[in-house]
Design a protein around this ligand. Sequence first.
Ligand SMILES: [Zn+2]
Length: 204
Amino acid sequence: MRDAYSYPPSMRRLVNELSKLPSIGMKSAVRLAYALIEPSNSSAEQLAEAISAARTALRYCEECFSLTESTVCSVCTDESRNRAVVCVVEKPSDIISIERSGDFNGLYHVLHGLWSPMRGVEPSSVRINELSTRLEKLGCVEEVILATSTTVEGDATAMYIANMLKGADIRVTRLAQGLPMGGELEYADELTLSHALAGRQSID
Ligand SMILES: [Zn+2]
């Protein structure tokens, strides 16, 4: 950020805020800031307005915690979805990836993070307790698919949930290996996700 200290305060603030976004390093933040303040750039105000409108309109579904503009999302209200299968994902965007594969017709549960003892993230900081409440409420769940990434934290979270569900008379499965390096769902193409879903395996 040393370079940014020579910028006028408002520019420094803009660069600083942009650099807090995921995948945006300081160089990209500076480049974006220059593009945004360019007088001929009429879309900057529209961007600011779109961010504000999205933040006002969007909320988390009361049932599955995915992103919605209603109280309950379109998946949870869809009567044609199979309520006996719940797919557990880390973040709302993972739902888009799995829906794109077209091979899943159950419900979702979004954790909003992963259990990470190394980073001081406790299971209670992500929506793991809410998962067990929800399964009880649904009452008819036969299978929980753990679709967290195949990273250390994704695996640890999956094992934690599998342990939690021991004795609950629910089949607990994990997506098959073969996801890309780092195992993030958003980087997997539809075919890979399709195969990972079809080849899911029970966790004992
Ligand atoms: Zn929902």
